[in-house]
Design a binder for this molecule. Structure first.
Ligand SMILES: [Zn+2]
Ligand SMILES: [Zn+2]
Length: 357
């Protein structure tokens, strides 16, 4: 029911009945198991309570949203990434006790960083993605700093910074507001929907920064109640799953496996987000991003949409050829050309794309 909750509407009802459950279990080979952990009955009640709080937030927010231009209703959130987004599943023989998987460099599995995208109700992305890498001294050494600066100049749609943990602090969040949000909203009034993370819920931070020509505050803040983000935050409900899938498709490209090559360095992490952000900004994805708002129950517009697999990695992609003669790997969301991995990723296709400028 929790998974179905965002989809329920007047035209789509769903009840998890006994017979539905039985057939779902048999279809997916789910069996009963011994209980290994007990939780109090309070936690069950808490879930109903959460649904109620979320519904209240959705109701209140939807009524305010109509007062704003859909380009200026914005949701943003941080997502934790690893240099290598791995699935921790693999195929093994029945009865095998320990399953080992060889990986390139172990620290790339645990080295993490944060990416922050912003979405508008109209289905657009903020013009830049903000990336916070993990650096032992909270800042880059001179050589890395030079490399990072070069990459920001080249890609233009990434802003890169670092903290000790790879997670955002209040200061780095402030940098996000200055470098990514402010250049977009300028002096326009906007509705800003964020979760209750401490680093960003200080209202005075916004009133000082976002003002119109007369010095009046332009930012209307809506804070999603704690624990309700899986139900009512567009980034969480749908968008970041698509970003992660995209990255996984790039990192697990069959060509890389054949060449025993990995794209898991710091440079790759930056390049991957630049490419993903470039591709997700194409008009072809506007309906998908609007769906994230619908799934979060902050918009009533339900449209048929295509996701990352439909648009960039369609089923017929392997039967197509890139202009260079190699087998295609992806389809550009802007020009709709089929491209091999080298032309898409290595040569950074947005530089050569005829539709994107
Ligand atoms: Zn090619
Ligand atoms: Zn293109």
């Amino acid at each position: 029911m929790a998974a179905a909750a965002p989809l329920l509407s007047e035209t789509f009802e769903f009840q998890a009945s006994q017979s539905w459950c039985e057939s779902f279990k048999s279809k997916h080979k789910i069996r009963q198991r011994h209980v290994t952990k007990y939780v109090s009955s309070k936690e069950k009640r808490t879930f109903d309570e959460l649904l109620r709080i979320a519904a209240e937030f959705q109701h209140q927010t939807s009524s305010v949203i109509s007062n704003f231009d859909p380009d200026f209703v914005i949701n943003t959130d941080q997502t934790g990434c690893e240099y290598r987004i791995s699935s921790n599943r693999t195929l093994s023989f029945r009865g095998e006790k320990v399953t080992q998987v060889a990986v390139g460099q172990l620290n790339q599995l645990t080295h993490s960083y944060t990416a922050q995208y912003g979405l508008t109700l109209s289905g657009k992305l903020l013009p830049m993605v903000f990336i916070c890498l993990q650096e032992p001294n909270s800042k880059f050494g001179p050589r890395v700093q030079q490399e990072v600066t070069q990459m920001m100049d080249k890609y233009k749609n990434v802003y890169i910074t670092a903290t000790k943990s790879g997670k955002l602090t209040k200061d780095t969040y402030n940098l996000f507001l200055d470098k990514v949000l402010k250049p977009y909203v300028k002096t326009e009034p906007f509705l800003f929907i964020i979760d209750s993370w401490g680093g960003q819920s200080d209202v005075s931070m916004y009133d000082g920064k976002f003002v119109d020509e007369d010095g009046m505050p332009t930012c209307s803040l809506k804070v999603i109640p704690p624990k309700c983000t899986p139900l009512c935050q567009p980034c969480d409900v749908y968008f970041y799953r698509q970003v992660k899938n995209y990255i996984r498709r790039l990192q697990n490209c069959p060509v890389l496996i054949t060449l025993r090559r990995e794209i898991t360095s710091r440079r790759d992490a930056i390049k991957i987000h630049s490419l993903v952000h470039n591709q997700l900004r194409a008009p072809a994805f506007e309906k998908m991003i609007r769906y994230a708002w619908f799934a979060a129950k902050l918009s009533l517009d339900r449209e048929v949409f295509n996701n990352v697999n439909d648009i960039v990695f369609p089923d017929d992609v392997h039967t197509q050829k890139c202009d260079c003669g190699k087998s295609a790997f992806a389809r550009c969301s802007w020009c709709r050309e089929y491209l091999c991995f080298e032309c898409y990723y290595d040569r950074y296709h947005p530089d050569e794309c005829t539709e994107y400028c």
